[in-house]
Design a protein around this ligand. Structure first.
Ligand SMILES: [Zn+2]
Length: 281
């Protein structure tokens, strides 16, 4: 799933290659992708792309006073292609065809259709329920005091940091990296942290900025559909911790996994593998 750093590099590149391009036509082959019907997508015809920006993990493509708000969910990809998609391309969800022959293409892979888009007045974006309910952006990080207040909740850090209403932009990959950087257990509760731990967690948000810097250096001028994430612990179970050499462990859930360094994050304790314990029941 694209998270804050991936969506950020995507919108920076989209903004630079699409700015000023004029829309020839716009269609939504994805039956369920459009969550709004008024104005219709055809309202984009003849308009210019005036900017592309990020809000949380969502993309906002602006066409003057209209904006397309896009959520890629876990399997959506946004790219610019030199020619139109084949009508047989089953991954196509939204196609914005440009007069210069290029196409802004929202595609989605896998069996589940979850990615969505909404077309609305540009000045209505901030009031959209998905935008208005977002917590502060995780990067640039909120102030230390603001962050401390946000996470002072009796919830485990792993779901708490992924809750977009608490703090926006962190998902299943980067939460592992942030917690590893802070040397904190994913099962510690936000309200249990002492001052030093809150400060470490706040400081650890820099991994998001570092990832953006990494993408700036490694991604070319073309908008990347799926940049390779520079992850140190997520999905690296069995490998040595890059900091202390202990073996990275994992806890598996039905749709995601969490990874951590037991030596540095859980006082040596290896957390129960829920997948395994479920199988053994
Ligand atoms: Zn370690």
């Amino acid at each position: 799933m694209p998270e804050l750093p991936e969506v950020e590099i995507s919108v920076r590149r989209l903004d630079s290659v699409l700015g000023g391009a004029c829309v020839d036509s716009a269609v939504a082959p994805g039956m369920n992708v459009m969550k709004t019907f008024e104005p219709p997508l055809e309202a984009l015809v003849g308009r210019e792309v005036s900017g592309v920006r990020r809000v949380g993990k969502m993309v906002v493509v602006e066409f003057g006073d209209l904006a397309l708000l896009i959520h890629l969910m876990s399997a959506g990809r946004l790219g610019v292609f030199g020619r139109r998609a084949s009508p047989r391309d089953r991954a196509s969800r939204v196609l914005v065809r440009l007069e210069d022959g290029r196409e802004l293409r929202l595609r989605e892979f896998g069996t589940k259709q979850r990615a969505w888009a909404k077309l609305m007045a540009s000045d209505a974006v901030e009031a959209d329920e998905m935008v208005a309910t977002l917590g502060p952006e995780a990067w640039p990080a909120p102030t230390a005091a603001e962050f401390a207040a946000l996470i002072d909740q009796p919830r485990h850090l792993h779901p708490l940091l992924r809750d977009q209403r608490t703090i926006a932009g962190i998902g299943r990959s980067w939460v592992d990296e942030v917690l590893w950087e802070a040397r904190l257990s994913p099962f510690k509760k936000g309200s249990e942290l002492d001052e030093d731990e809150v400060a470490r967690l706040h400081a650890a948000l820099h991994v998001l900025g570092d990832a953006i810097d990494h993408y700036e250096e490694t991604v070319g001028e073309e908008p990347p559909e799926k940049p390779a994430k520079p992850l140190k612990v997520h999905k690296r179970e069995g490998e040595p911790c890059p900091r202390c050499g202990a073996t990275i462990e994992a806890v598996f859930f039905s749709e995601h996994q969490m990874n951590y360094c037991p030596a540095e994050q859980t006082a040596g304790k290896v957390l129960k593998d829920r997948r395994l314990s479920r199988l053994l029941k």
